[in-house]
Design a protein around this ligand. Structure first.
Ligand SMILES: *[C@@H]1O[C@H](CO)[C@@H](O)[C@H](O)[C@H]1NC(C)=O
Ligand SMILES: *[C@@H]1O[C@H](CO)[C@@H](O)[C@H](O)[C@H]1NC(C)=O
Ligand SMILES: *[C@@H]1O[C@H](CO)[C@@H](O)[C@H](O)[C@H]1NC(C)=O
Ligand SMILES: *[C@@H]1O[C@H](CO)[C@@H](O)[C@H](O)[C@H]1NC(C)=O
Ligand SMILES: *[C@@H]1O[C@H](CO)[C@@H](O)[C@H](O)[C@H]1NC(C)=O
Ligand SMILES: *[C@@H]1O[C@H](CO)[C@@H](O)[C@H](O)[C@H]1NC(C)=O
Ligand SMILES: *[C@@H]1O[C@H](CO)[C@@H](O)[C@H](O)[C@H]1NC(C)=O
Ligand SMILES: *[C@@H]1O[C@H](CO)[C@@H](O)[C@H](O)[C@H]1NC(C)=O
Ligand SMILES: *[C@@H]1O[C@H](CO)[C@@H](O)[C@H](O)[C@H]1NC(C)=O
Ligand SMILES: *[C@@H]1O[C@H](CO)[C@@H](O)[C@H](O)[C@H]1NC(C)=O
Ligand SMILES: *[C@@H]1O[C@H](CO)[C@@H](O)[C@H](O)[C@H]1NC(C)=O
Length: 742
């Protein structure tokens, strides 16, 4: 009998011993740190100290003092129980010598081992003034992401801003276990070498990096950056893991499980009111809220996971500081009677308020049902789908509710209307944070228009450029969809050119600036690495101006995202007569050159002050493009130019722009210049505008000499025979000789 009891005890002991091994708690005496770095379980450095193989950390204290911590080959900087660890990542770079030779090109590669790089904490960043950078998976994932960073002087970059000038950034995808960063330049840093000889690109934890203009020169000295890796337990969901309780990692009774959002597996958290390590039995400790929050007016009692407040004798209330707290008890009889009377009237009032409230709730519910219906009808699902397929890039656009926008526009007050047209109505609105916005309400709601509308949201939310109007968000709940934009104060370019009252205010310099900025913005759209964008409706009414006459390209309803491998798209012809590319019109083959044509017409409009299509002109000249070309051919160009522009000092520039227009308006798309080239030429002309002496031949020898020095022998030429790029560098370098160059 005794032996049976012994046997049972033994069996129990064996089973519980087994259980201890299987529940995977660390052995007592496991090292908790490596040097100064805490190594919390499930991670561990020696046998019996880590949950399973993916959590093995190496502490190298033989070769390093202080010791260094490694995860595989990665150097670990920190491990957080919030489900991520920081490791040290490397930086890709390319560097150029003063003569333009590539002297160094480093690629950056990283493999995360069992886990994935965090898509929420990391960004891909490139720094440089002539830098094209791409990040892609090198072990199977074939998605590539990238960005372009350009600038022409150190003064044009903004500290902390990575939006394409000096610094650019983009998200990385979920589920990436490895990546490789490539970097390159467009012109060997030729114009920016003095202050930016190298380009850099890397994946970095967003929190740990802030761009500074000093990085353009100095990042050379930094060899590594902090990269976040999301870790998770196993490859099951919480529910699957709980089934086998012996291997379930959320060991503490006061812990809960949540699924990983980046790859398979799950993680654990302490319940609210507890803190510590949920993976250890007894790891979640109660938080003493009475100490940490001091929440009570009266006496505070700490409870497991919570606390309670009570008032001292003679006081009443809930005791919470943020509630009614504690007030002296009311004692006199009359006060009590008064209280009763007050109570009854309050009760009655409550009844009335209550019943009208219920009525209101029922009404509201009906309204909400209707809104959900509209949301679906308005492509809400399509929108959500697109959002998912472009995940990560949509951080700027948000969804507004009907109430937000109704309030913002004072219930669509007619006084708030700032524009009206075939597309619908544009209202001026003021958001609760006093931000002034433009709200576009489309007119009809047929299916094709909804698609255009969603398209505009998707296209715009990919773009962050100072010369492109910013989309702040949209609302899909109403019968007609609504778009919310930043508010551009100064009307359209068309107003400024064709409105007699305003026209006089646009000088040649201003027009050139607007043209160059517009060209720059379109070039940016075309060269966007992830998905080039063709605007398809470039015209003067779609160019907005703000108070500083900064250009904002708008109306992306018809725009197309072009997958990189499809240079030509066959599409339904869309656009505006007068601006429409004839080649596209006849062939329906959409290419970037269609935008170049429309831009040519826009330039002609700027130069002549004439409308793109005007029935006031004789029949053959109704189309401005034809009118312009024929006038040029017959050498009577200066007769049709806007009188206000024709001054002696402008002659040469006007002629250059006219030549550029002629090239943009070529019938064959492939003979037209690219938008990038157009933008460069216009920028060159602007630079000349700023330093007219360069052109005035005051110091002929000197100028020649400098040109020879700055323009490399194979320098970029615009095809008309002018070395336009040199002007850009002159802006930065040649100011000195005009003062003391004699
Ligand atoms: C690790 O990160 C935590 C939280 O971000 C911080 O409190 C701690 O000081 C860091 N440890 C080291 C060694 O950097
Ligand atoms: C420590 O690092 C050195 C140099 O990288 C390496 O040779 C050595 O094997 C490492 N030691 C351990 C225990 O990992
Ligand atoms: C830029 O690099 C290319 C290729 O390495 C080379 O052919 C070209 O000469 C370089 N340009 C300059 C201005 O050095
Ligand atoms: C950026 O910040 C650095 C100091 O961190 C300063 O020296 C530099 O002038 C700033 N650059 C700009 C463009 O503000
Ligand atoms: C790199 O650092 C060294 C000294 O720490 C400094 O002398 C040098 O100027 C730095 N290089 C750059 C490009 O700033
Ligand atoms: C970069 O590496 C050095 C030495 O390897 C290390 O001390 C530093 O913490 C690392 N910094 C970052 C941001 O990774
Ligand atoms: C999950 O992990 C286990 C071992 O850790 C492995 O045997 C199994 O194939 C994995 N399942 C999936 C779906 O990856
Ligand atoms: C439960 O987990 C233990 C330890 O990981 C394993 O040995 C056992 O096979 C698992 N049982 C089931 C039913 O998955
Ligand atoms: C985990 O994911 C599964 C499958 O996606 C889901 O059914 C479950 O509700 C999730 N559990 C938690 C706690 O989020
Ligand atoms: C009371 O309000 C303070 C500040 O608003 C806040 O920090 C604290 O958490 C609140 N306490 C409770 C118990 O809600
Ligand atoms: C904590 O106690 C308050 C009342 O004191 C209660 O409203 C709340 O639900 C409790 N919270 C938890 C997590 O138990």
């Amino acid at each position: 009998m005794a032996s049976l009891v012994q046997l049972i005890t033994l069996l129990i002991a064996i089973f519980s011993a087994r259980a201890i091994v299987a529940i995977s708690q660390p052995n007592p005496g496991c090292p908790a740190t490596c040097g100064d770095l805490a190594i919390p379980f499930p991670f561990g450095t020696t046998d019996g100290c880590y949950l399973d193989d993916p959590f093995l950390i190496t502490c190298n204290n033989t070769h390093y003092n202080p010791p260094k911590t490694f995860y595989g080959s990665l150097q670990v900087l920190n491990i957080s129980l919030d489900g991520y660890m920081r490791v040290s990542g490397s930086i890709a770079r390319d560097c150029y010598s003063q003569s333009g030779l590539l002297v160094e090109r480093l690629r950056a590669r990283l493999t995360s081992g069992n886990f994935f790089f965090s898509n929420t904490r990391n960004k891909f960043v490139a720094i440089g003034c002539d830098t094209v950078a791409v990040v892609e998976g090198f072990l199977g994932q074939d998605n590539a992401y990238g960005c372009v960073s350009l600038c022409d002087s150190i003064g044009s970059v903004i500290n902390g801003s990575c939006s394409g000038t000096g610094c650019c950034q983009t998200s990385i995808p979920k589920g990436a276990g490895d990546y490789s960063v490539y970097i390159s330049s467009r012109r060997n840093h030729s114009k920016v070498r003095d202050f930016n000889p190298c380009g850099y690109a890397f994946v970095v934890e967003q929190e740990a990096f802030s761009f500074s203009s000093l990085d353009l020169k100095d990042l050379q000295n930094r060899s590594n950056v902090s990269v976040a890796i999301d870790w998770a337990v196993g490859n099951e969901t919480c529910e699957e893991a709980k089934i086998n309780s012996s291997s379930y990692a959320c060991q503490d009774v006061n812990s809960e499980c949540y699924n990983s959002t980046n790859g398979p597996g799950y993680r654990c958290n302490c319940l609210s009111g507890y803190e510590g390590n949920p993976y250890l039995i007894g790891g979640c400790r109660d938080i003493n809220e009475c100490e940490t929050l001091k929440p009570c007016d009266g006496t505070c009692q700490n409870l497991p996971g919570n606390f309670s407040c009570s008032c001292l004798k003679g006081y009443e209330g809930d005791g919470m500081k943020n509630g009614t707290g504690c007030q002296p008890k009311s004692q006199s009889r009359s006060a009590t009677l008064l209280n009763i009377a007050l109570g009854i009237s309050i009760g009655l009032l409550a009844l009335i308020v209550g019943s009208s409230w219920i009525y209101w709730i029922v009404k509201k519910r009906e309204l909400r049902k209707l809104r959900v219906q509209f949301f679906h009808q308005n492509g809400g699902l399509m929108f959500q789908q697109k959002l998912l397929s472009h995940e990560g890039s949509i951080e700027t656009a948000r969804i507004f509710t009907t109430e937000d926008l109704k309030k913002a526009t004072n219930n669509y007050d007619e006084n708030r209307v700032i524009g009206q047209g075939g597309f619908g109505t544009v209202y001026k609105g003021v958001l609760p944070n006093n931000r002034v916005v433009a709200i576009k309400k489309s007119k009809i709601s047929d299916q094709s228009q909804i698609e255009q509308f969603i398209n505009e949201v998707i296209v715009l939310s990919q773009i962050n450029h100072r010369n492109v109007v910013r989309l702040l968000g949209c609302c899909l709940e109403t019968e007609v969809p609504l778009l919310v934009y930043e508010f551009i104060t100064n009307g359209t370019l068309s107003d400024h050119i064709h409105d007699q009252g305003r026209g006089a205010s646009l000088s040649w310099e201003m027009r050139l600036k607007i043209a160059a900025e517009t060209a720059g913005a379109i070039a940016y759209l075309h060269s966007s690495i992830s998905l080039p964008i063709i605007h398809r409706d470039i015209k003067s009414t779609n160019i907005l101006l703000d108070d500083n006459y900064t250009t904002k390209v708008s109306d992306f309803g018809a725009s197309k995202l072009v997958p990189v491998d499809q240079a030509q798209l066959t599409t339904l012809v869309q656009g505006t007569f007068g601006y429409l590319d004839p080649e596209y019109f006849y062939s329906s083959q959409l290419t970037e050159k269609s935008d170049v044509y429309s831009f040519g017409v826009l330039l002609a409009e700027l130069l002549t002050g004439e409308k793109a299509l005007s029935f006031d002109r004789p029949e053959n000249d109704r189309n401005l493009a034809m009118y312009f070309i024929s006038s040029m051919k017959e050498k009577r160009l200066f007769q049709i130019l806007d009188d206000r522009l024709v001054k002696e000092e402008n002659f040469e520039q006007l002629e250059e722009v006219a030549k550029l227009i002629r090239r943009c308006l070529r019938v064959k798309g492939e003979e037209r210049p690219t938008m990038k080239e157009v933008a460069m030429e216009l920028e060159g002309l602007r630079a000349m505008e700023k330093h007219p002496w360069v052109n005035a031949d005051l110091y002929p020898q000197e100028t020649e000499h400098l040109l020879a020095e700055i323009v490399p022998s194979n320098g970029y030429s615009d095809g008309v025979g002018n070395t336009t790029t040199s002007y850009d560098s002159m802006k930065n370098q040649l100011i000195v000789p005009s003062d003391d160059g004699r």
